[in-house]
Design a protein around this ligand. Sequence first.
Ligand code: COI
Length: 350
Amino acid sequence: MLRPFDPTLPLPPQAAGWDENLRFAYTEVDAFWLTRWTPETGWEPGRLYEHRGATLELSPGANVLYYGQGVFEGMKARRTRAGKIVLFRPRDNARRLRASAARLAMEPPPVDLFMEAVTAVVRANARWVPAPEKGSFYLRPVLIGTEPVLGVRPSQEYLFYVFGCPVGPYMGGDRLIVLSGVHRSAPYGTGAAKAAGNYAACLRPQKIARELGYVDALYLDAREDRYIEELTGANFFAILRDGTLVTPALGSILPGITRDSILTIAREAFGWIAVERKLSIDEVLSDAVEAFYVGTAAVLSPVTVIHYQGADHPIGDGKPGPRARMLRQALDEIQLQERPDPWGWVVEVA
Ligand code: COI
């Protein structure tokens, strides 16, 4: 059920210590934002609804439920030490959602509508944005096809909504495993879209990886089963013996905004050589001195061990490396307006 959010009504008090030991988990806060699209109305004006107890009503025949028209985004609002609330590259999330929607023949929300939605959610829930050392406010913009259909075809009705939750760290482990006989995506498939189905395809490998004591699976390409693609929900980087930073080229992987930021910081702020190209698992195991994974939720975490073909292989000296630490610190400082942002990535919303 949806109840309009009335900002003039008193809000329930926050539990004492709500921001202590935050986990990466779904929690209800004060308000979320929703609009719908039909061919007759186009995008209707969106509005805020009460987040507590909110449920969506869908037809049992809604396209998203079996033909999988569902795409989403992940982004973070952060509270700076100066007390502002900022977003990081939000227009890039909006553009990526539109690209994901286009791949799945869905109606893409305009960038300005996306910005209106995320800004409204952050402002209405400002009291849930944790202090920088406690965590961040994770935003989840979602687009789903809701028209009841029976034959396979695109929906003619869409819901676009944005909710947010205060969160702590996501994943954080440093051991990955390459599983045999499973791929995340294929050439010319949907791997570059942030489509719900891509994550569904990873749930079994991720579960197996965790049961075996690894934080996640590391997927190889589907054509040759040799080149690194990414993790379930993060992009992969290696630093080679000659100092080059390498990350798999785009194509069938998610075009991560953190991935792009790390490449840009490495090249433009640190003057490092950073390349996007094919990166084989053999090259990483024989030549990498550091490895790490990045994403909005994951931020940047070092990889110290990769299991491949029956053996654990340490990366470099098997410890988190200094260059990964430098990149993570730079990203964090830029996001908190504590370091120059010549790219205009940080957007103040409150
Ligand atoms: C993100 O990093 O924001 C994502 O959407 C990845 C998800 C697996 C948490």
